[in-house]
Design a protein around this ligand. Sequence first.
Ligand SMILES: [Zn+2]
Ligand SMILES: [Zn+2]
Length: 346
Amino acid sequence: MRHRLGHYILVNAMNYEKHLIAGVCGLGGAVAAVAGGLSVQYVIGRRRAERAWAVGDRPRLEDVGSVERLTILPLVDWYTAGDDFVGEPGVSYLVRADDTTILFDLGFNVHGEHPSPLLRNMEALGIEFSDLDAIVISHPHVDHLGGLTYQVRRRFAPSAKPVDLGGVTTYVPSSLSNPTADIIVSGEPRVIAPGVAVTGVIPRQLFLIGWSPEQSLAVNVKGKGIVIIVGCGHPTLQRIIERAEMLFEEPVYGVVGGLHYPVTSSRGEKLEAFGLRYFGTGKWPWDPVGKQEVRDAIAFLSRRDPGLVALSPHDSCDWSVEAFHQAFRAAYQYILVGRDITVTGA
Ligand SMILES: [Zn+2]
Ligand SMILES: [Zn+2]
């Protein structure tokens, strides 16, 4: 009896172990399959993006015009100019180029609220959608088109509940929809208002996140040059500037916006929590953004001797923001919700 019981226990234990091993192997196999699939997708996409860049020379834009005065008013970003505003890890900037008013990106609305941080900050600043001549969406990521639910459904919206955009002309870099906007897919560079152009898409393949077509906004300030307004900066600062130098005769005068330099885990791990160091970089996740890349980008930009540099803290750590601040000193401006950055023509 005792012998039978022992045998019973032994056989059951062996079965359990077999199931356990099979389960672990199954799980391990599934993880390996997913990782393998992501790796293949990444390698293929990266080649496709590199090919697109290699044959991507663009002719100069004609009849761009220029503006006397440019102001960039951050409506959504990490830091604010006061307690009246809400900060969050997304981007939305109001760009006023003489008589043209453009909303660049729609923020993150990370908690899916209505009214969203964008709407609350617009109200605090007395801005309405009817003031806009156009909207430009830099790229189809959560923190730029208004939230995760919209990214999943390839839509964009300024808040969790419907907001009537009044048929405003909206330049998007890829297929995105909103029932109250008049949508133009602007994959190629084009002038959209006097002195104002979209740079056309520069794609990048991001591990896990996938294909990322990103465009920037460029404004020609009379006698100064081109100010580039950037969303996340996935294509890299270097390529964004090189594209602008293809499109315009005037020199690059300034760069304002996100450039994706999350090097240290500042701000209470929040940037880490979003995996910014490992994803969204355009590189393998085990090769995160480092200080040398930031120094290289600063050196590249320094050779243009820019008159305006402002790095968005929404996808860069405080160490990188300070590195840019120290490098560009008088030309540097902090991006704070509610505080205008102004460039006037010479
Ligand atoms: Zn971003
Ligand atoms: Zn992005």
